[in-house]
Design a protein around this ligand. Structure first.
Ligand code: CAA
Length: 294
């Protein structure tokens, strides 16, 4: 089946980016949020990104208007009825995701494909809540979606080859580098990246360097665009903790366990860049490191 209309559930950090790149690739997009305020904020981010592209001379105003015109915002999942592919990008809360998938399974046409953007939860747990387990796959994007070239296409134990081909084709049309991987917690990237970020936090706890020194060292010494503590803030400390909990549950290895400092920062509401404070304070012109009081 040719994919023409894409539904995106969630217009937050990941969802707004997925909606934007899908519309840029020519798909009609419907994007849902739980409240008008959140929807306005997500669509506002897309409008801003497109505006910047026009300012930089990378896009004509007409093209930006057309892309925005292809995106319909909604608060009602009933508007997903005629979607060919639905991508879910809500917070990493399995109960919430299951509730959404059950509703979507009722309202979306039977032949449509379903994909979750989960970063670590088992795809099969969500697929099993629907009556289309063969058409259910994982499509894992990276933040910022507009910039990061990778799309992980995840095959659960029930995903059919048709669904994988749809995922790979969708990724290619978005201009992404696709990799086909298995439904194991963390897939490829987080399996390797998450223990590294957690080790950055453990290194801070053990005093190998300050926040600034650890970040500067990995940028200058390993050529990374961001140091591990900046990247942890960027991913979101709450998200990092929930990924590490899922991975620890699955593998029972210390390298996947959330260090105490991460747990305490999340308990304090320090979620990183999105909340204004994590290992850095983002309230000023430039982020300033804040020792989490180890
Ligand atoms: N949204 C859209 N575009 C953005 C953006 C955003 N949030 N942030 C930056 N950009 C664009 C800029 O507009 C700029 O575009 P142009 O080249 O067209 O001008 C380009 O990206 C480069 O941006 P900057 O010059 O401002 O900054 P930079 O060169 O420092 O790059 C970065 C910023 C791309 C984020 C870079 O620091 C980077 O690659 N960081 C690592 C990001 C990363 O590892 N992401 C994966 C996280 S893990 C994950 O997402 C999965 C998970 O499950 C946890």
């Amino acid at each position: 089946m040719e994919i023409k209309k894409v539904g995106v559930v969630g217009c937050g950090l990941m969802g707004h980016g997925i909606a934007q790149v899908s519309a840029q690739a020519g798909y009609d997009v419907v994007v849902a949020e739980a409240s008008q305020e959140k929807l306005d904020s997500g669509i506002g981010k897309i409008t801003k990104q497109l505006g910047r592209a026009v300012e930089k001379g990378k896009m004509e105003q007409d093209a930006a208007d057309e892309i925005l015109g292809r995106i319909q915002g909604t608060l009602d999942l009933e508007d997903f009825a005629d979607c060919d592919l639905v991508v879910e990008a809500v917070t990493e809360d399995l109960d919430l995701k299951l509730e959404i998938w059950k509703k979507l399974d009722e309202v979306v046409k039977d032949e449509a494909y379903f994909a979750t953007n989960t970063s670590s939860l088992p795809v099969i747990n969500m697929a099993a809540a629907t009556n289309r387990t063969e058409q259910f796959l994982g499509l894992h994007f990276f933040n910022p979606v507009q910039v990061m070239p990778l799309l992980e296409v995840i095959q659960s134990v029930t995903t059919g080859t048709d669904a994988i081909d749809v995922g790979l084709g969708f990724g290619e049309k978005l201009g992404k580098k696709t990799v086909h991987t298995k439904d194991k917690a963390g897939f490829i990237v987080n399996r390797l990246l998450v223990p590294y970020l957690l080790d950055g936090i453990r290194g801070l706890e053990e005093g190998i360097g300050s926040i600034d020194e650890i970040d500067a060292a990995m940028k200058a010494g390993a050529g990374h665009p961001m140091g591990p503590l900046t990247l942890a803030d960027f991913v979101g400390l709450d998200t990092l903790m929930s990924i590490s909990n899922v991975m620890y549950d699955e593998f029972r290895e210390r390298r996947f366990a959330a260090p105490p400092t991460l747990r305490k920062m999340v308990a304090a509401g320090f979620y990183g860049k999105k909340s204004g404070r994590g290992f850095y304070d983002y309230s000023g012109d430039k982020p300033v490191s804040v020792n989490p009081g180890l």
